[in-house]
Design a protein around this ligand. Sequence first.
Ligand code: FPP
Length: 228
Amino acid sequence: MEQSAFTVPAHVALIMDGNGRWAERRGHPRWWGHVAGARTVRTVVEHCARRGVAQLTLYAFSADNWQRPTHEVETLFRLFAHHINRQSQRLARHGIRCSVIGRRDRLPLALRGAIADVERRTAAGRRLQLNVALDYSSRAAIQEAMPVHAAVRGVTRGATILPPVDLLVRTGGERRLSDFLLWECAYAELLFLDCLWPDVTAATLDAAFEDFARRDRRFGALPSRASA
Ligand code: FPP
């Protein structure tokens, strides 16, 4: 692990926005941007492991993304399955444990198989916990985690509440959370970048971590230099 000159956030969450625009600006179809975005995912995961991030959560597909055209949704699912299959050995080798959060029952069988496989192969990883949010809705996860919900509906779908997020970064210029980790982001530092996801590099991440290290996190208390 490389030593950093600044405090690295323990849990980083990323909203990877801007793939479609990145492709359209280059005169390509949107899927081209998703392919480029998947390459960026690999760079980012490896850089976070190198910097000593303990937990990284990626917003790959929201429950609301089903509203996109069927061909785009199918392309995304094929891309996820392809990358999960291709990367699983590499992730295991790097000590990266990969888990998927969100609903699985609506995903194609091939993708569900790839998920089960990567979770099994990487289960021993202790260097970085990588969570990929697929068919994910934070409001649904919170609702399902409520005991009253379980009592009324019977079995839950295995709702996942993750550890608190320290730094949430959204690329693509929008300034909203879009139903991502609402509970976990209670005290997260938020960083909104105008750059599009495929343009993110290791240097973008380092700049984000440096920005994070300069923030005064008080969690509701007084600033550390304040006296009574
Ligand atoms: C948002 O950009 C991006 C997505 C909905 C998909 C994210 C997927 C990837 C980065 C690819 C691979 C991921 C993994 C985990 C292998 P957008 O389509 O909303 O872009 P736009 O705002 O420019 O339209």
